[in-house]
Write a protein that binds this ligand. Sequence first.
Ligand SMILES: *Cc1c(COP(=O)(O)O)cnc(C)c1O
Length: 374
Amino acid sequence: MPSLDDFAAGKLAELERHSLRRALVPTARTEGIWTERNGRRLLSFSCNDYLGLTQHPALKAAAIAAIERHGVGAGASRLVTGNHPLYAELEGRLARWKGTQAACVFGSGYLANAGVAQALVGSDDLILIDELAHSSLWTGARLSRAKVLAFRHNDAAHAAALLGEHRGTHRHALIVTESVFSMDGDRAPLSDLSALAKQSDAWLMADDAHDLGHGDTADVPLRIGTLSKAFGGYGGYLCASQPVIDLMRNRARTLIYSTGLPPAVIASSLAALDLMEGDPAMAGLPVLKAQSFTHAAGLPKAQSAVVPVVIGEAADALDASRMLEDEGFLVVAIRPPTVPEGTARLRLAFSAAHPDDEIARLAGIVRTRILKNA
Ligand SMILES: *Cc1c(COP(=O)(O)O)cnc(C)c1O
């Protein structure tokens, strides 16, 4: 037992030395995009609550009604008795919303990504994955036992070269990327990747976790999404053809061997979809706010609601984050291994709920006190 504790303490000391130790900080979120931390009220630019739905009255009411009707837990895996009737309604509506034949809801975006690849490819197959793809996509790729090759970030030509070299010796090939990158906010070249996939008989999967549903029209047969960000609740999903979705229900272990989501979570996602479909302009608002920020801060125009301010060293990113906290902003520093070594950063996520005057004040501080030193 002491060797175990020694091991853990040693690892932590090493992380501490490199400014990479992490801690959970109690953070109350009760007032929209305002948070309370260490006794202080801070305007958060670190929540993925893009549309301000986590505390929306319509979502709360839907969740409460679902609890009253169905109880708090699903009781079993969806394949056994956990498939309460709200699931079919949500899956039908997600498929229609994304323009696919069918959809399958998983316990989270992480579980969707960890499970989908394994149901499609195995040890005779090839996965090409963008080097900056989310941890959950890497987990799924590695669990599949396929040969995994990383292509340079957003470099379809590199992906093509790797396919040229390796496609012939593998049965199936899967190309994996994010449509909007979670830590960089840039968009994948989905039409190029889609053309490449067709040309090489490969399957393309894109993770739309940070894509607020306006933008690309590329033909992507496997669309991953999350109910935990713009939807304001929890859960993940795959939108695809009916045969692919039916295969997931038979083969995706993270779906089959995990309990269904609480009914309240599914009900709140249905209420979120009602709001998004009722007001299509709402989804565009976070990107507009991000663009007003990048314009005022003198940064390249935002391509999405996510804006990175790359600092470099982890300790400097922590200092910048603390300085912003003193100014009343919550902007969490993102450090390796979440981002590559030497690219520690502030990552700002813009929400429809952010006040314009506060965005302008933050941009001024970033321009004069952070970028000037960078
Ligand atoms: C957040 C995120 C996930 C995980 O989704 P959860 O529903 O939070 O588990 C997956 N992929 C990307 C790109 C993400 O940013």
